[in-house]
Design a protein around this ligand. Structure first.
Ligand code: ATP
Ligand code: ATP
Ligand code: MG
Ligand code: MG
Length: 879
């Protein structure tokens, strides 16, 4: 077996709308292509003994053991690779279950589709699955050590890419609310929502967290001062800069016991609590100073009590946890060292902040703590005796957390809510030391020790004891109050022809409402009236540029075949999905061999429309109309033929449609009809003479109407949109050269030539074509081009692209000639392979009143050749 190609999908795609994250390998089975699994001796046994858990895969039989029975009866190796790749990920802790395997049109070559949780891990699992299966085929086994190594590698890949626990918890809450999220490329920033509605988080900092609040919170002295002035209980304390101030400071706070900590520290570093002698105080002073950036040290009264963290979101207490420092409990047999080992074996304990709990490290602080209690590592603790290993309760030093949300006294809640507001934080973690959180802290001598910006969340959503609290939901509800939008409307446009034109027109119509429209086309990414980036920008990455832009209010995205095939859509759901048409183009590329497969690919756009949205479908195109059966949203049809039965049925049942009737673009719904405009007054349609442009205008108007754009704005958009060379370069640009006209158009497949022909045939003078097409099309496509051209033009110049895309020079031209001769053996044509030369010859020889139609390889090059002849005007509307 050999992997020919690996692709990673990240959005709704050809294989699935629901499972956007898929790895696809193109797998050549080679000598296994005619050997189903039952004909490979020992394969079944080798597989089952290595991966017995495959018994859980139901597969087509739909029951436990279903997949394994298929292996036993005989199935192809691609299918087995699929299941093994899924199982490897699942065993490594990334539970996945979606997969597909299909043979391509090349016998023995399969597409194997595998769901992933983590991209790198998914690709790894696919490779490992091939390796594993091949080894069982060849030797009857795959070494268990190898399997262990694979699983370890997979776990490591997952870990490397993992978000921090707080971030992960918040994005999970966003997903539950249907709010999209994406990592930005720097500073661990995560974007939630799209366009102007987006918010950002960085762990538990939000885009609403003010810098003043954050800086104040990290200044422990300043925080205490403001809180104390407001009557909020805080520790009595003072800040010193020199050792010789220590004694006085201790006296000022009322003598021992005291706490010494760095002025600007965190994570419990440099803190010593419960200090009872001058010698201890001096040592603590040194430790605190070393951990302080400013070398300033806080001396505080030590408050006896339990350690709590109160989490506030949007000014409200959402969770309270009691934190207990790292400790072990005696059993009468084990030494402290053994007890620590045993505790650290808890699989929930990892290192740093990565896991729910953290391992207890036997560091300096731990030994100090032991010494103070009169123990060492070899002490055997009596049954039930607690031994603390850390003085402070930070989870990151091995502490545990117990949920106390339901226990907090209302007065403490009130104090906490005021404190967070006084410091000015939308998300705050208050450290409170008090003997009993259910009693008012002012009665039991409790204090707020510190206010934290960016508090860790895991002690709340995953406490060691007590009820887990969904604090992520509270954060999401604060950032996106229920009922307010998180995403800007998305209109996605696909089809074989007319995408860019329709997309631009749709964007233009939306602009009439005064909103800022972000749109992507074959020629670039635009926001409002400005070009962001030039290039063929019809894929998911360009869509992301629009969706990440905080100024964008509406997104209108040209969504081409290539991008959907390569990596899926750049959004998980849209509001309006327009499918213009499906015609033979690009067949044979990317394992899309038939128009039906092409239709399936384009229907991804229609199927990704959310329940409340609209799929806008061309009723005149049977492949497009049929997509109605696959969508979950409402459907709106457009049709050039007002008698189209699909439309008539749909409208009779109260459905929405746009039709072309008696020269008008008209919206209909039930027995309601509204004439938008006469086609002749829509410049894009060239005086109503270009039928396919009328179809595009119907689609754009319908998309806008379905999304709630007022009719007046639609009319204004239709009336003012010019298919000028500057606005839509290469799309039906008509130039007046005095004696004759030139039409520059980027039609490049049979369907669009036919559409173009609809307009050209209406021309009264001589019709001259300068034609050719991209070399990666099939031979028969060039023949068709020749045949169609012969039916449209009176005279033809055949040329080729400079970039023949791998085809032999002259070969495309020969096929075009063949097509012409099949239809019009007498037609006058010349073969001039060089495009510049062909265009110049055609323009030099054009007779009076002629129309020269140029289908260029490069629009800008053709445009400059025309410009050199100083066109009188760009005649966009024919009278
Ligand atoms: P973190 O970043 O983990 O919150 P930190 O380095 O900012 O820690 P503090 O929150 O000021 O430090 O103190 C850490 C812990 O030490 C507190 O949660 C509390 O348990 C204890 N502590 C600090 N000051 C006092 C005090 N005055 N009295 C009693 N305990 C205290
Ligand atoms: P591409 O795949 O190159 O991005 P596109 O789908 O964006 O193409 P446009 O650039 O809008 O299409 O139009 C390309 C050409 O296709 C037009 O110049 C015209 O010749 C033809 N065309 C436009 N609209 C239609 C239509 N609705 N039906 C058939 N042909 C059309
Ligand atoms: Mg703290
Ligand atoms: Mg385009």
């Amino acid at each position: 077996m050999k992997i020919l190609k690996t692709q990673t999908l990240r959005g709704p795609n050809y294989w699935s709308i629901r499972y956007p994250k898929l790895v696809i390998i193109r797998l050549d089975l080679e000598d296994l292509s005619d050997r189903p699994s039952n004909e490979i001796p020992g394969f079944y046994d080798g597989l089952v003994s290595l991966l017995p858990s495959l018994v859980e895969h139901y597969c087509s039989p739909g029951c436990r053991g279903g997949f394994l029975s298929r292996v036993q009866e005989g199935t192809m190796m691609g299918h087995i690779v699929e299941h093994v790749a899924l199982e490897l990920q699942t065993l490594a802790g990334m539970t996945v279950g979606f997969g597909r395997t299909r043979e391509t049109s090349t016998p023995g070559v399969y597409q194997v589709v595998i769901e992933y949780k983590n991209e790198q891990a998914g690709r790894y699992a696919a490779r490992a699955a091939v390796r594993l299966c091949q080894s069982i085929v060849d030797t009857g086994r795959y070494p268990v050590e190898e399997l262990e190594q694979d699983l370890n590698d997979l776990r490591e890949l997952a870990m490397e890419a993992a978000l921090g626990p707080s971030t992960e918890h918040i994005v999970a809450a966003a997903e539950a609310r249907g709010i999209p999220w994406m990592p930005l490329s720097t500073r661990s920033l995560i974007q939630l929502g799209y366009g102007e509605y987006q918010k950002r988080i960085q762990a538990s900092l939000s885009s609403g967290t003010g810098i003043l609040g954050v800086e104040l919170a990290s200044d422990k002295e300043g925080t205490k001062r403001l809180l104390a002035e407001a009557g909020v209980p805080v520790p009595r304390g003072t800040t010193i800069y020199y050792l010789d101030e220590l004694e006085q400071a201790i006296e000022d706070v009322g003598g021992f016991p005291i706490v010494i900590k760095p002025l600007d520290g965190n994570h419990g570093r440099g803190i010593t609590i419960d200090i009872n002698s001058m010698a201890e105080a001096e040592e603590a002073y040194d430790a605190a100073q070393a951990a302080s950036k400013s070398h300033a040290v806080i001396v505080e009264r030590f408050y006896r009590g339990r350690d709590h963290r109160i989490l506030l979101v949007g000014g409200k207490v959402v969770a309270v946890a009691e934190r207990v420092p790292a400790h072990v409990v005696g059993n009468g047999r084990s030494t402290i060292a053994e007890l620590v080992d045993e505790t650290n074996r808890d699989p929930r304990r990892g290192t740093g902040h990565d896991n729910v709990l953290t391992q207890i490290e036997l560091d300096r602080a731990a030994f100090q703590m032991l010494e103070r209690q009169g123990y060492d590592l070899d002490t055997v603790l009596p049954m039930g005796q607690v031994c603390y290993l850390k003085a402070t309760a930070n989870l990151s030093t091995g502490g545990i957390a117990i949920d106390r949300t339901d226990d907090i006294h209302p007065e403490n809640r009130w104090i906490a809510e005021r404190a967070a507001k006084i410091i000015g934080l939308d998300i705050a973690g208050l450290d409170v030391v008090t003997p009993d959180i259910s009693k008012p802290m002012r009665e039991v001598d409790g204090v707020i020790v510190e206010v934290n910006a960016a508090p860790g969340l895991r002690m709340h959503f995953s406490p060691s004891e007590g009820t887990p609290r969904n604090v992520g939901e509270a954060i999401i509800d604060m950032l996106f109050p229920p009922g307010t939008p998180g995403r800007v409307p998305i209109v996605a446009v696909t089809g074989t022809n007319g995408k860019t034109t329709t997309n631009r027109l749709t964007a233009h119509i939306f602009k009439q409402t005064g909103q800022i429209v972000g749109y992507t086309t074959t020629d670039g990414i635009y926001i409002g009236d400005y070009l962001v980036e030039k290039g063929d920008t019809t894929g998911p990455q360009s869509a992301q540029v629009i969706l990440q832009d905080p100024t964008v209010q509406v997104a209108v995205l040209e969504t081409a075949r290539g991008g959907i095939l390569r990596s899926g859509l750049g959004f998980n759901q849209c509001d309006v999905g327009v499918v213009l048409n499906v015609a033979a183009d690009h067949l044979g590329i990317g394992d899309i061999d038939t128009v039906e497969q092409l239709a399936h690919l384009k229907s991804v756009v229609a199927e990704s429309v959310g329940v409340g949205g609209y799929a806008v479908l061309n009723a005149d195109d049977p492949l497009v109309a049929a997509m109605a059966g696959r969508v979950k949203s409402q459907v709106a049809y457009f049709a050039m033929n007002p008698d189209n039965p699909t439309v008539q049925n749909h409208v009779a049942q109260g459905g929405l449609a746009a039709i072309y009737e008696n020269g008008y673009l008209t919206l209909v719904k039930g027995d309601w009809a509204l004439r938008l405009m006469e086609a002749a007054s829509v410049p894009l349609t060239m005086g109503g003479r270009a039928p396919f442009m009328i179809a595009n205008a119907l689609a754009a108007s319908l998309a806008a109407f379905a999304q709630g754009v007022p009719v007046e704005a639609i009319r204004q958009g239709l009336a003012t949109f010019q298919a000028s060379a500057s606005q839509t370069p290469g799309r039906m640009n008509l130039f007046n050269l005095g004696e004759f006209h030139v039409l520059l158009d980027y039609a490049h497949n049979p369907h669009s030539y036919e559409a173009l022909g609809g307009f050209v045939r209406n021309w009264n003078g001589e019709r001259i074509g300068v034609i050719g097409g991209p070399g990666d099309r099939r031979d028969e496509d060039f023949i068709t081009l020749g045949r169609l051209s012969a039916a449209i033009f009176d005279r033809i110049y055949i040329k080729e692209d400079n970039d023949t895309r791998g085809r032999a020079r002259g070969s495309a031209a020969a096929f075009i000639e063949e097509g012409i001769r099949q239809i019009q053996p007498d037609l006058k044509y010349d073969v001039i392979l060089d495009e510049t030369e062909a265009i110049n010859t055609a323009l030099d020889q054009a007779p009076k009143d002629a129309l020269v139609v140029i289908l260029p390889e490069s629009v800008s090059r053709a445009m400059s050749l025309i410009d050199a002849r100083r066109p009188i005007s760009e005649a966009t509307t024919l009278q």
